[in-house]
Ligand binder design. Sequence first.
Ligand code: OAD
Length: 247
Amino acid sequence: MSELSRRVAQAICAARKTVALTGAGISAESGIPTFRDPGGLWDRYDPEEYATIEAFRRNPAKVWQMMKDFTALKTARPNPAHIGLAQLEHMGLLHCIITQNVDNLHQAAGSRNVIEFHGNMRQVICQRCGTVLPLDEISLDTLPPYCKCGGVFKPAGVFFGEPIPPQALTRAYEAARTCDLMLVIGTSAVVYPAADIPVVAKQAGAQVIEINPECTDLTGRISDLIIQDKAGVVIPQILAAINAMAS
Ligand code: OAD
C-alpha cells in the first residue's frame, strides 16, 4: 500500500466532514469511457453536435440515437472505487458525493447521499409539459420519443447550455462551503460550474485531495495532494488503511 493512501486515510479519520466530487474517471474501470481521455466520448462524438441543448432542439432523433447506441451505461456495474465510497459513507466517514456522472453507479454501489450535479440519464423530461418519466417506461422504437401532450422527451441529464438543477447546485455549494476535506476523484475539472466546487471548498478552508492518474487544472493550485493512480486501486487502499488503523 502506498504511503500516500495511508496519509489520505488519516486525513479522512481526522476530518469533521468529508465530501467527494467525482467525474467520469471513477467509472472508467466499470467500462464507461471518459469524455476527454484519448479515445473518449468527445473523440467519437462532437459535443457541439450531440451534447448542447441547441443540438438537441435542432435534431432530437440524432441525439437520441447516440444515447440508444450507448449501451455501456446500461450494463456497467459499480467498481471497487464506487463500492469503497459507499462503505466510507456507511462508516460515517463520508458526508456526501457530488457527482458529475449520470450513470447511477454510486447509488448502485449503495451510496445514499448523492448529489447528481449533471442530472441523470435514467429519466426523461417532456420539453413541452415538463412530465418526468423513467427511461424504462418509454419506447425508443421510434425516435425521438414523444410525450402524450405531443412534446419531445429529452434525457434528464444536463446538456451544455442548460442550467444545473437548482437543488443540486444549492446542495453542492453548501457541502463545499462546510466540509473540511474534499476528495476530487476522476475529473479533469474543466467544466464549470462543477470545476468551481473544489475552489469553493478550498476558499472555505478545506483540504483538497485529488485521486487521478493525471494532473489536472487543480493540481498544485487548488489541491494539496494528488495520488496519481486509478480510483479503483487507491480507494480500496485507503479503506484498508482505515480498517488497519481501527484494529
Ligand atoms: P473527463 O473525461 O473530462 O475527465 C476524466 C478524468 O478522469 C481525467 O482527468 C482522467 O485523467 C481521469 N481518469 C481516467 N481514468 C481514471 C481512473 N481509473 N481513476 C481515476 N481517474 C481517472 O470527465 P469529467 O471531468 O467527468 O458534462 O467531465 C466533466 C463533464 O464534461 C461531464 O460531466 C460531462 C462532460 O462534458 C456534461 O455533459 C454536461
